[in-house]
Design a protein around this ligand. Sequence first.
Ligand code: ADP
Ligand code: ZN
Length: 744
Amino acid sequence: MADLPSIAKVVVNLALDREFDYRIPERLRGQLRVGCRVWVPFGRSSRIGYVVGVAEKSTWPDLKELMRIEGEQEQIPENLITLARWIADYYCCAHEQAVRAMLPAVVRHGKMKPRQHLFAWLRPGVDVAAELEKCGARAKKRAAVLQVLARHGGACEAGWLTREAEATPAILNTLVKAGIVLTEHRVVDRDPNAGGDIVLPTRPLELTPEQTTALARITAALDRRGPGVILLHGVTGSGKTEVYLQAIARCLEQGREAIVLVPEIALTPQTVERFRSRFGDRISVLHSHLSDGERFDEWTRIRNGRAQIAVGARSALFAPFQKLGLVVVDEEHETTYKQDEAPRYNARDVAVVRGKFEGATVLLGTATPSLESFYNCQLGKYELARLSSRVDHQLMPAMELVDQRAEASQKGGAPLFSRRLMQLIRERLDNGEQTILFLNRRGFATQMICQKCGFVATCEHCSAAYTYHKQAAHLACHLCGATIRAPEACPQCRDPEIRDAGTGTEKIETIAAKLFPKAAIARMDSDSMTAKHAHRDTLSAFRSGKIQILIGTQMIAKGLHFPKVTLVGIMAADMGLHLPDFRAGERTFQLLVQVAGRAGRGDLPGRVIVQTYTPFHPVLQFAMRQDYDAFYREELTTRQALNFPPAAHMAAVHFRAPSEMVASAAAEAFVARIKPQLDPGVELFGPMPAPIAKVRNQYRYQLMIRGGSILRLGQTLRPLVTGATAFRHEDVEIHVDIDPQSLL
Ligand code: ADP
Ligand code: ZN
């Protein structure tokens, strides 16, 4: 036994997120593994916790001994422990951090118990008529309980039973004591969908030829029962979701289980409902607003095989299935799949890894594949399936560019709304059709500038200008959330001519209200959607036609499907094009195609107006033609020339410190340590200040490392950021981001 680890690192069931070391008694050394649920002495009592790691030695003297392993329930399954280990190695984080990500906090902390209710039923063989006889006229309530039980047939919930019989628990008890009635506590799931809308069941649709071919690919992969990745590239409205649904049905037929990842569950209510209508109870929807009790029950339901499909955001990838057959990643290009705190994993990429470990098929679906995924198809690592047209011969929306430079020089035009856009909106209003206006920036104006001295109101904690929110009458920093009252005069020169500049959705709404005074207009962004059901309510008002113009940020860019929307206006198409990020072009292309895809999803053809100051920009041109392949070719050429992903792997190292000097010094020292260890051919850039140099009073420096084997790079970086060998610098927070999605 000498070579088995003797120390267990345990997270105790307090909301502490701290590990404690315990000695593992000889008798448990063979059985104990990471993921086990264990009892440990804690203070003067004992507690239950999870083993999140094991070690040979501990830095603590006088360790207490671990007591025992708690039953099979609520342990982290072995397959997820394996996955966690891979995550820790690849994404360069502590093993414990990765293990922790496998369990929802409510399960990890172990305070929650399954909800149990008392159930009662008649002992088999009891002669009900004889018993009723015995009750006579005096024991009326006792007789009533017996009658309800006899009528009901099976076990019924005790509370319901006594209410129904107008009896008391004491009367039920006497029947139990007399051996006439049996009772038992049974687990009752807290139902997150209780009181919700009734969902009408749907049946599989007859597939189009393209859908049939795509599904055949997927079922072939499923039937091989080995790992395989398929990229489903289907234009908006091509019926990808129906393909997912039928692939899942196939997976369930095989007796296996499926996970569906969506970028943000609250933003895709229609998609989620389609899954619920097809699969009913077999599905577990992991909403972010589940109560602790509901979340606990959903986890347990999956763990026990009572649910076979899990739908949720990023973390649903860790649903504790044991017979995983399929993982669907919808909108695989979305950046929300990347977690921006440790472990900094990308759920899309980890899905591929989980599929490989567990012999599952992974289906990546999108209208605008990420460069990474499409590149993997080219390399032959992923299979490609395509849906090139919309179902039912609906046309792709007609796209039209409007040159805002020319508009600006015209007299009589409304700023921000081109004459063409106004004309088309009016037509929609006259015909009873609907319009979506898209601008990916909330607030009224992006800046407050003094016309006289040039002062710009800037957050005192961040290197960013305040956004002006007119309704709330305040300035808000979108990086740290700080707000101050909107000034009436310039704080610097006291001139009252301080003005707003730049445009957000709130301003678009105000102008639209003036231009179309009779129209019903709603705005959907994170400012207007703070109330609990605001999002759902606005969407259903839009669906029912009570709203004619919907204005919004990326919140309305994806997943929405409204047959009466025949016009989409993209207010400022080049807004994200010039950000200091090598993916700026890719993001803009994706956003334009996705937003445009909201138009013409019914019988009526759709039209998209793209307002821009740079009409000849190649990215806009490709988006206008919805020509993904041409976009990809051009973009990949640039990435290859510059050695950016997907042509090369990339890692970023971030340094955060309360002063710029400290951040830069730490980064320099880090470079001195890592440089000699890098493989030849690996490029290191920096240290340099991050594009957003300060957030929440923390100065930000970064390093960029590109090229070579990412696994080798991880091996070099990991000891520098985790464990005893970690590079430390006073007051500096250091973290590694592998395959970073954002460099701001
Ligand atoms: P995507 O996910 O590719 O944007 P959807 O799956 O939302 O496309 O499909 C668009 C619309 O077409 C939906 O209303 C869907 O119910 C319908 N649809 C999908 N497949 C078929 C089919 N084979 N026959 C008829 N209607 C279909
Ligand atoms: Zn700020």
